[in-house]
Design a protein around this ligand. Sequence first.
Ligand SMILES: *Cc1c(COP(=O)(O)O)cnc(C)c1O
Length: 392
Amino acid sequence: MSKNFKELQDETIAIRKHIDRTYQKEHSNPLYLTSSFIFDSAEEMAAVFADEQEGNIYSRYSNPNVDELIEKVALLEEAENGWATSSGMAAVFTTFAALLKAGDHIVSSRSVFGSTHRLFTEIFPKWGITTTYVDALDYEGYSNAIQENTKILYLETPSNPALEIIDIERVANICKAKNILFAVDNCFATPILQKPIALGADISIHSTTKYMDGQGRTLGGLILGSNEIIAKMEAFARHTGPALSPFNAWIISKSIETLSLRVHHMSNGALELAKRLENHPAISFVKYPFLESHPNVEVAKKQMKAGGGIVTFELKGGLDAGRKFLNNLEIFSLTPNLGDAKSIATHPASTTHSKLKPEERLAVGISDGLVRLSIGLEHIEDLWKDLENALI
Ligand SMILES: *Cc1c(COP(=O)(O)O)cnc(C)c1O
């Protein structure tokens, strides 16, 4: 079956892109749970090791299930190539570690995933790599923060958990003018809703743990970019070992077959619930990228197909009201994951962002009463009843 996948729509790619299944003619994709691969002769082995012949050697370098996942998501992201890692954080770490050296500098949007913040503030400084934060929507600030030694600009949009929407095309133009690389953590949007590389970014990064798995089973990460960039990822990752397990790759690739259905369904539910929450007396504000009241709704509609499954809102009653709300929920799970079929509620001030100082939390839009919902696939009226009951 030979297809020009670039001519196909996302939903078709997500289902029909698969590894060769010529051996037993399985319809469902087989799992290659093997650490190494054998050769028919010394000559063949030598040729594969010398890169003169294609072939798998060892699953820390490549594996058919991992390759299937990479090729599928590279098509969805309109990227030339990709590299898979054992978690989203391994993808974030590998990206910087492969591209930067001591003395280099990163410019980042201020509101980044908690562990990414730790990487910038606690781990990279040990190796002489420094980071300057810029407020998410301060475009002049991005430009001004770029120094002689700046190699890469990094951002998350929609941001977590404040759901700020940064104009990817606008930042891409700043990076091109300054001749630095531009990487986007595309975890919240998925390539179904947003394609950073098509909008001018050099690198798109994923935690597949979230929407791509979609059922909260596996950890995984992906880095998408040009052949030149991915060659650097490979040179670093082959010898440092953040490889994705073939089993996880098999699960994630299978899950992506329903990614578009899931994220669109979750987005519809999230928008409807956001509208209802906006009218609730216990709530001071609701943030959702496609709500007309969102300050960046025009940018969101320009670069995203739908608003995604995350809704945030602020309880007027602050920290106490946040705890009470979580304890009153009966359907929503209390767990830090997101993008799962099961709806999830978190209270960032007491969990994911509890290690930040209160003023650092406020700088990224996290007040004491802020609640983050990840809308899953349960019936929307059951979810609404659960929220209403918990808000009393
Ligand atoms: C979860 C997450 C990560 C880290 O991914 P893991 O798979 O948990 O390591 C990175 N960025 C964002 C935006 C995330 O939500």
